[in-house]
Design a protein around this ligand. Structure first.
Ligand SMILES: Cc1cc2nc3c(=O)[nH]c(=O)nc-3n(C[C@H](O)[C@H](O)[C@H](O)COP(=O)(O)O)c2cc1C
Length: 367
């Protein structure tokens, strides 16, 4: 027992000593290019900004191409990048040196880093990348003057899982999960190209017998939207009054709060009424088809940074039909805004996966 604790104490002391040594490690005249490279790498691995910048040129002119393709062309920029990065925790970056060349004035190293960091969801972000450092001799010391990253692989894993997802795959899931119903917008215009791109994605939704019964009525005219807002107020109040006898005060209060809601709900620059054609080949399925198209529309809009909403209650079908001269054969699925959210709402509580999945079969009542 005593032996173990003495062993542990020695290990601890040597670890502390080693970490002090690591922290104090700095470039000095006479070191080889490879030794300087090792200081550079170990300084990064221990988030030691001072040690790292003892291996970096004193000149402002710098060339740093990050693994995401961003060009940072000053020493200060390189410093800021590392300052920000070193504030992060829960990452590691083993490095493999592939090649080193030491000339008289200039030299270079080619290496691979294997960056791993914990994601907010408890999984891992993995980035493998080449990085080429160009060194220049300054006052007897090798100093990095350029750092060019060339990414090889970038992927994500879930917590405690080995299965890898590419950035594109992870992005798609993020977009789906971050779509939100938005009820207040900024007035910033949506380019026509974006409107078309979103509706182009919507028309690729699955549809019964490939019947594609949809029509998308796009409204951008502010005057028309303001008129719609006034009318929607009356439609809603009419509904509200049905079956109750609200006092004048109650009615005024309701009108005021409703006006505010509609002000916000109708603040987007673009609205789409998603319609389906009841004369389609399989009319029993048009509601499914239209709803799926609306879902695709909302996810596509989210990918371009827009909020949407599957609005039904403020915009009754009969009223919308009249307002937009909608032929009888069309049914309204929903009325959705497309716009930059005033702010992105928090995600409302979603049911847990385990509460909504049943594998293979429900249990028999007496199981
Ligand atoms: C069939 C359907 C009808 C809806 N009707 C309305 C509506 O009339 N007004 C409204 O504000 N939101 C409406 N919503 C949006 C939901 O309230 C919203 O999707 C839900 O609260 C979850 O929020 P999220 O979309 O941000 O995940 C509707 C959604 C669906 C699918």
């Amino acid at each position: 027992m005593k032996k173990i604790s003495i062993g542990l104490a020695i290990l601890l002391v040597s670890l502390i000593f080693h970490s002090l040594l690591m922290a104090a490690e700095e470039n000095e005249p006479g070191l080889s290019l490879k030794e300087t490279f090792q200081i550079y790498v170990r300084s990064i691995q221990s988030s030691d900004l001072k040690g790292l910048f003892s291996t970096v040129t004193e000149n402002q002119k710098f060339f740093f191409l990050t693994s995401t393709g961003v060009l940072i062309d000053t020493r200060n920029g390189y410093l800021k990048f590392h300052e920000d990065w070193f504030k992060e925790k829960d990452w590691e970056m083993p490095v493999e040196l592939l090649e080193a060349y030491e000339g008289k004035e200039y030299g270079y190293t080619v290496a691979i880093f294997h960056y791993r960091s914990k994601t907010l969801q408890g999984g891992m972000y993995i980035l493998d990348s080449y990085f080429t450092l160009v060194f220049h001799k300054e006052e007897g010391m090798w100093k990095v003057v350029a750092d060019v990253c060339t990414p090889i692989n970038r992927y994500y894993t879930e917590a405690n899982s080995e299965i890898k997802y590419t950035s594109d795959q992870a992005y798609l899931f993020d977009i789906i999960k971050s779509r939100r119903t938005v009820r207040k917008f900024k007035s910033k215009a949506v380019p026509k190209e974006h409107i078309l791109k979103i509706l182009d994605a919507a028309r690729f939704a699955p549809t019964a017998g490939n019947q594609q019964p949809w029509k998308f009525l796009v409204i951008q005219d502010r005057e028309k939207l303001d008129k719609l807002q006034n009318e929607a107020l009356f439609w809603y109040l009419d509904e509200y009054k049905k079956g109750r006898k609200p006092s004048g005060e109650e009615l005024a209060k309701t009108r005021e709060s409703l006006r505010k809601v509609l002000d916000n709900v109708l603040s987007a620059p673009v609205y789409v009424a998603v319609l389906v054609d009841s004369k389609a080949k399989y009319p029993d399925y048009i509601l499914y088809d239209g709803t799926l198209a609306a879902g695709y529309l909302m996810v596509a809009a989210r990918a371009l940074g827009y909020g949407t909403g599957f609005f039904t209650s403020f915009f009754p079908e009969a009223k919308i039909r009249e307002f937009f001269n909608m032929p009888d054969q069309y049914k309204l699925i929903c009325f959705t805004p497309i716009g930059i959210p005033d702010e992105w709402p928090d995600t409302p509580t979603k049911k847990k996966l385990e509460d909504i999945i049943i594998f293979e079969s429900f249990r028999k009542a007496n199981d």
